[in-house]
Design a protein around this ligand. Structure first.
Ligand code: PMP
Ligand code: GLU
Length: 403
């Protein structure tokens, strides 16, 4: 088409957003769709956070702010890191954007040169690789499958490092697998990173608070103080405070990187919404009880979903220890003759599996191929219990019909 840029050929549209939109459309058309697609909590934003936003509007906090957030938001972000992570940052070392997504985008544009290699443990969230390509750098997946609980080993990391490696991305708890590093395993990963001082660590901590089985959250800067100077933390209010629509993400790391991310943001979107910033101050700075209440609900749902999946023959699920996703392996079902009949021209089996589930059983999920693993598909279990049961029963019916 005449008016489109070549740049568009370098990356794909977001499949997680696409499936969410499709499920929404089908529901609007009257179909009783169970939405396991959207990666967002189903809870309302807690009342005290909404009230802070209403107050901000009434008080006239409706103008441009500093690009990387108001002084109050920056101070609150510093306090959050001190309280939750025992990490000390100055306001110059933290910044706010339109979601964790824009933090990542700014970070990649500010730190990656064309041809730089970015190590990306996979399966990985859909947007990392596309954003890395947008910055003309090269995503290098390090694949860890179900047999290793979807966690990469230090040996795999070491083997993937080349002179061109510029960055390592860590996302624990992980979207889409829910895999979460325990302290010891993460420490072993950090040992390897310590040997390579030229690698910047991007730690996407967005699921920090959604963690189960009494596990404690760690990132490399918390675990190994020597790594703090080259760790950049990505976080936000979307998941922990059920605030996906407010679009506030936060970042913390070396001042020079923050300054240059803000330089990019200043020529692109300027500050994130002033009203959302006021809401984020309440979320990050006030009572944290809502976070634990939602975490407990997610843990109960995890238990239910895992149990129900275990009872479906042909599905192999690894118990997630964080986030609100499970990533069941269905490669056994791919071998069944009835499934093979469904495969027409689409070589991506997980896509055929998920389309069949949506078209004939009214359950929306995301194909594993979007995350770099065609053997599996992603269920987001951020739904009430009765919807979860209904959706999983439908999945069980589909598998039975295919058997
Ligand atoms: N990182 C990961 C791993 C995510 O799953 C998401 C959710 N889309 C984000 C970052 C960004 O979330 P947000 O832009 O809503 O802060
Ligand atoms: N993190 C969510 C997901 O993975 C939200 C959608 C997106 O931004 O990708 O589904």
């Amino acid at each position: 088409m005449a008016f489109l840029a070549d740049r568009l050929n370098k990356f794909e549209p977001s499949p997680t957003l696409a499936i969410t939109a499709r499920a929404r459309e089908l529901k609007a058309a009257g179909r009783d769709v169970i939405g396991f697609g959207a990666g967002e909590p189903d809870f309302d934003t807690p009342e005290h956070i909404r009230a802070a936003a209403v107050r901000a509007i009434a008080e006239g906090q409706t103008r441009y702010t500093n690009v990387g957030g108001t002084p109050l938001l920056k101070k609150t972000i510093c306090e959050k890191f001190r309280r939750d992570n025992n990490l000390h940052y100055t306001p110059e070392e933290v910044t706010a954007s339109n979601g964790g997504k824009q933090i990542l985008f700014n970070l990649f544009l500010a730190t990656l040169n064309p041809g730089d290699e970015v190590l990306l443990p996979a399966p990985a969230w859909v947007s990392y690789a596309e954003m890395i390509r947008f910055a003309e750098a090269v995503p290098v997946p390090i694949y860890a499958g179900p047999e290793q609980n979807y966690l990469i080993t230090p040996e795999q990391l070491r083997a993937a490092i080349t002179p061109k490696t510029r960055m390592f991305i860590l996302n624990s708890p992980c979207n889409p697998t829910g895999a979460t590093f325990a302290k010891k395993e993460l420490a072993a990963i950090c040992e390897v990173l310590l040997e390579h001082p030229n690698i910047l660590i991007a730690s996407d901590d967005i699921y920090e608070h959604i963690i189960f089985d009494g596990l404690r959250f760690y990132n490399p800067a918390m675990l190994v103080p020597e790594l703090k100077d080259r760790t950049f933390i990505i976080n936000g209010v979307s998941k922990a405070y059920s605030m996906t629509g407010w679009r506030i993400g936060v970042g913390a790391g070396p001042e020079e990187i923050v300054r240059n991310m803000e330089k990019i943001q200043g020529q692109c979107s300027s500050n994130p919404s002033s009203v959302s910033q006021a809401a984020a101050v309440a979320a990050l700075g006030e009572d944290q009880e809502c976070v634990e209440t939602m975490r407990q609900a997610f843990e109960q749902r995890r238990d239910l979903v895992f149990r129900m999946l275990q009872s479906i023959d042909g599905i192999r699920a690894i118990k997630p220890q964080g986030a609100f996703y499970i990533f069941p392996d269905v490669s056994e079902i791919y071998e069944w003759p009835r499934f093979q009949k469904l495969l027409k021209d689409d070589p991506q089996k997980s896509r055929v599996f998920c389309s069949h589930l949506l078209d004939h059983y009214d359950v929306a999920t995301v194909a594993g191929t979007a995350f770099g693993d065609d053997n599996a598909f992603r269920i987001s279990y951020a739904l009430d219990e009765s919807s979860l049961r209904k959706g999983l029963e439908r999945l069980g019916n589909m598998v039975n019909d295919l058997r």
